[in-house]
Write a protein that binds this ligand. Structure first.
Ligand code: HEC
Ligand code: HEC
Length: 372
């Protein structure tokens, strides 16, 4: 109980029975639900069109003209409002990742003051493009508490991106950002996927040595074979438990476990192009190196296919059998509904019929006057 801020606790206490118990459970153990409660409690009515139009008029220079951030004041003002409403609960009013919900969250919300971002179309260590941020905000980060803000109007998302930059103006004012990584044409497009997957498996366990952080997915002999195909000497052993990732720390010194692709969700999703970009660019703040220009395009694309294949082996929460069971249940429920409707319409018909007969019987018999 003491782990939950008062405001939240009051909110939960206002819920009844089951919800109250389970919310405390979830909050204390996973910290997940607090985001929903917090986000809901933080939501307020967005700026009206009128307010927006008024604010857009004077296109005065932005908050940090000295840093070259010259977004119109109105956009920044609107962005600040969007941020306060939807993002500050986790990322903190000051952008330091220390919002009231942050203590319950793992991984922690990004500290925007550092200017460090993970998911980008530029090499790791460089700033993401506005489009990259747009995608992250729209789609969220899978398997983390960062929600998908796809229902937020586009102009709100654009404005909030400009607001994020004001937390690290020195970083964002860099006039010459690095070029975006060119996504080469997929050499395996339209071919048998197994060829790409085999290529990726070899590169992953060979030259790229992804297993130095992520798990090894092949037997020791196959690992050394993959190494030999790149002219690398055999390894006697990798680490005591090579089937598990090797724990590392992020830029803030918090523990960060590289994902096991057959188990963990991928934050950026499983789209081949995004996987290509992750492998080619590496991940800033996570020490994952950049491979573009070092590995061949076949190897980069092959690894995207390979990771996607590993991810497809992740245990599914809903199995084929569950689906079969569910379809039986749906069929049974439908049959029940039809039977009920039929019985009900028959009952109504019988009732109407009974009412009609009763009315007929109640009417006094028409007496024909007797003729004299
Ligand atoms: C419920 C908590 C929560 C809310 C609300 C939230 N975020 Fe996040 N956000 C996170 C977490 C946690 C991460 C870090 C995930 C990670 O490192 O794996 C994150 C990461 C990010 C990143 C970094 C992406 C990268 O490439 O490194 C951006 C940008 C971001 N959030 C923007 C926003 C914006 C904009 C809003 C409001 C519209 C918002 N977030 C609201 C939890 C939240
Ligand atoms: C120095 C350690 C290290 C090496 C080497 C490394 N990674 Fe990673 N990788 C990480 C860490 C740490 C993360 C988790 C980052 C996070 O979630 O914030 C990660 C995450 C990933 C992700 C998931 C991104 C997402 O959307 O969640 C993919 C895919 C990935 N790595 C592929 C690879 C491939 C392929 C290689 C080899 C070319 C590789 N990594 C080499 C440390 C490493």
């Amino acid at each position: 109980m003491s782990a939950i801020p008062r405001q939240l606790a009051d909110l939960i206490d206002s819920c009844s029975g089951y919800w109250k118990g389970s919310m405390h459970h979830i909050l204390n153990n996973r910290g997940r639900l607090c985001l929903i409660v917090l986000v809901c409690s933080l939501m307020s009515v967005p700026a009206t069109a009128d307010e927006q139009a008024r604010a857009d008029k004077p296109a005065a220079a932005g908050k940090y003209p000295a840093f070259g951030l010259t977004e119109p004041q109105a956009t920044l003002k609107h962005g600040a409002k969007v941020y306060e409403t939807y993002c500050a609960g986790c990322h903190g009013p000051k952008g330091d990742g220390q919002g009231p919900a942050a203590r319950f969250l793992d991984p922690k919300p990004r500290d925007f003051r550092t200017g460090q971002f993970r998911f980008s179309s530029r090499p790791s260590g460089e700033l993401p493009t506005d489009e990259d941020l747009m995608r992250t905000i729209k789609e969220g980060l899978h398997g983390t508490s960062m929600p998908a803000w796809n229902l937020l109007p586009e102009q709100d998302r654009k404005a909030v991106i400009e607001h994020l930059k004001t937390f690290a103006p020195e970083v964002w004012s860099n006039a010459a950002p690095a070029a975006v990584t060119v996504v080469a044409e997929d050499p395996f497009y339209g071919l048998d996927r197994s060829e790409a997957i085999a290529r990726g498996e070899k590169a992953y366990h060979g030259l790229a040595q992804c297993y130095s952080c992520h798990p090894v997915y092949v037997a020791p002999a196959a690992l050394n074979e993959a190494r030999a195909s790149y002219g690398m000497p055999p390894l006697a052993s990798v680490r005591p438990d090579p089937r598990r990732s090797k724990s590392t720390t992020n830029e803030s010194g918090d523990a960060l476990l590289p994902p096991d692709f057959t188990w963990n969700k991928l934050k950026r999703g499983e789209d081949l192009r995004e996987l290509y970009l992750t492998v080619a660019n590496g991940i800033g703040g996570a020490a994952m190196p950049t491979w573009k220009g070092i590995l061949s395009e076949e190897d980069l694309w092959g690894m995207a296919y390979y990771i996607q294949d590993l991810a497809s082996r992740r245990p599914k929460l809903v199995t084929e059998n569950d689906l079969k069971d569910r379809s039986h249940m749906i069929e049974a429920a439908e049959a029940e509904r039809l039977a009920y409707e039929k019985a009900e319409s028959e009952r109504q018909k019988a009732e109407a019929e009974a009412a009609r007969t009763a009315q007929e019987n109640a009417q006094p018999a028409v007496t024909v006057p007797a003729t004299a």
